[in-house]
Design a binder for this molecule. Structure first.
Ligand SMILES: Cc1cc2nc3c(=O)[nH]c(=O)nc-3n(C[C@H](O)[C@H](O)[C@H](O)COP(=O)(O)OP(=O)(O)OC[C@H]3O[C@@H](n4cnc5c(N)ncnc54)[C@H](O)[C@@H]3O)c2cc1C
Length: 453
């Protein structure tokens, strides 16, 4: 640690307490390696403020000393956005754990940035409500990280992404000023909506310290189906049928034969059906009366199906889908891309990707899964070796060529900043750079993320 580093550490210790400034290399390293295994870097120190005032003083101190800062929540992000590099200060928001009372009249709750998705879900449930966003990293992903990445998950089909569920934020600017808009008004068009700008900003504009979130009535009955289908075109027909049959459809995720085989090997599970099939769908409906009948609307076009209504059996069906991420991770460090295309283009996009992988690295293993109802495909290539960079470029271009986005829900981060121009115009990117300069004139907040240096 340099003399300057020592001085900054001492200044930060005076703000947050010495116990919350981490300089020990072994402890720091816990914040320096991400969940994908793809991103790691060095930090100058880790600082863990306990409230918004401490965040403000911390940022002001970093600003004054010109130290680059990267905000970090649960560090479950997939694109290197929260992983430090080049000796950045890690600003960990994990101690911002305030859980507000549920405001029943507004059906909203205000929570600290460090609250995990799971804790938020439990808090909502205790009040007879639901926070309608869910995904596999629920035990670690934080509200701040989810607002910052505009997280999606499998319920986005019915409720939208974090953008639709966020009614306000409190955030701290790099110079220490605090912007608070937590009133949660449904109608409030007085001027530009600054908090809205922060949703999906991946930590490059400001640090989110609290969020006002929308809740929905808890649905009493849920039914989950696992369908096996012949191909993705049939999968889209299933989506069409279910949508027509019921407004209670919440999720339609998919995975395929190769992924299922790997999941079953890893978890020691028996396959769900006696025969193997090219494509599997997990569909979920939620309503006040048992919605399982409605899931039968697609029965005549699927090859095999299993339907569950009790929590344990439903979880067992979801496990086949949710275990894909950890299974892929256990096979090494994959080329991992989260993209979206128009829903109707998923089959042709998948064909593009298969052809690309077969042409460029025929020995690589391709595992595709995702949120089919949102056109959100998670592409995983295992064993791409030296062809990984070429494939990454070709696959992102293929998504853009099909009218899609290079990032559906994981964000741009460090991983994809070089490809932003595939799905955003020169004018849009130049406006983004202007906005970044207004918020962060010194360019010290998450440099190089989203907007390439
Ligand atoms: C098993 C698994 C399944 C997943 N499934 C999904 C899924 O279905 N849908 C989905 O959207 N994502 C998914 N993810 C990705 C990840 O969980 C989300 O991106 C999540 O929103 C990240 O939250 P976090 O607290 O871990 O953020 P981090 O990883 O810590 O940070 C993510 C980004 O947000 C910034 N950031 C963090 N906190 C703040 C803050 N308070 N203020 C400003 N910027 C901040 C960071 O700098 C970084 O750029 C999954 C991850 C895993 C490991």
């Amino acid at each position: 640690v340099s003399v300057d580093g020592d001085r900054l550490a001492a200044r930060l210790a005076a703000i947050v307490g010495a116990a919350h400034v981490v300089t020990d290399p072994a402890l720091k390293s816990l914040y320096e390696h991400d969940a994908t295994g793809r991103f790691s870097g060095s930090s100058r120190l880790v600082v863990r403020p306990g409230n918004v005032e401490e965040v403000a003083e911390t940022l002001a101190a970093c600003s004054r000393s010109g130290a680059a800062v990267v905000p970090q929540g649960g560090h479950t992000g997939m694109v290197g956005g929260g992983t430090p590099r080049d000796g950045e200060v890690v600003l960990s928001l994990g101690r911002l754990q305030a859980l507000g009372e549920i405001d029943r009249a507004a059906s909203q709750v205000t929570v600290g940035a460090g609250v995990t998705l799971e804790r938020l879900q439990l808090q909502a449930a205790a009040g007879g409500l639901d926070f309608p966003l869910d995904h596999g990293a629920r035990s670690a992903a934080t509200v701040g990280g989810m607002v910052a990445t505009d997280a999606g998950g499998h319920l986005a089909l019915r409720y939208g992404t974090m953008r639709a569920l966020t009614a306000g934020v409190e955030a701290v600017l790099i110079d220490g000023r605090i912007v608070t808009r937590l009133g949660g008004l449904l109608k409030d068009n007085a001027g530009l909506d600054l908090p809205e700008l922060l949703i999906g900003s991946e930590g490059i504009l400001a640090v989110i310290t609290r969020a006002r979130l929308r809740l929905v009535p808890a649905r009493r009955r849920r039914a989950t189906a696992l369908f096996a289908v012949a191909d993705l075109d049939t999968a889209l027909a299933v989506l069409d049928r279910l949508r027509a049959a019921t407004p209670s459809l919440e999720a339609l995720d998919y995975f395929e034969e190769t992924g299922l085989r790997r999941v079953c090997e890893r978890l020691g599970l028996a396959p769900p059906f006696s025969r193997s099939h090219p494509v599997y769908l997990v569909a979920e409906c939620a309503a006040d009366v048992d919605p399982s009948e409605q899931l039968l609307a697609a029965a005549d076009i699927v090859e095999e199906s299993a339907i569950a209504t009790d929590a344990a059996a439903r979880k067992a069906l979801w496990r086949f889908r949710e275990a894909h991420n950890e299974t892929v991770r256990s096979l090494g460090v994959p080329l991992k891309l989260d993209v979206s295309v128009p829903v109707g283009a998923v089959p042709v996009f998948e064909r593009d990707v298969r052809t690309l992988v077969e042409d460029v690295e025929p020995d690589a293993e391709l595992i595709l899964y995702g949120h089919l109802g949102d056109g959100n495909v998670h592409v995983n290539v295992i064993g791409a070796g030296e062809a990984a960079d070429t494939l990454e470029d070709l696959i992102l271009r293929a998504a853009a060529d099909r009218g899609g986005s290079i990032s559906a829900e994981h964000g741009v981060g460090l991983a994809k900043s070089s490809w932003l121009d595939l799905c955003r115009s020169e004018t849009e990117i130049s406006l983004m750079r202007d906005i970044k300069r207004v918020f962060d004139p010194g360019g010290i907040l998450s440099p190089g993320r989203v907007l390439r240096e």
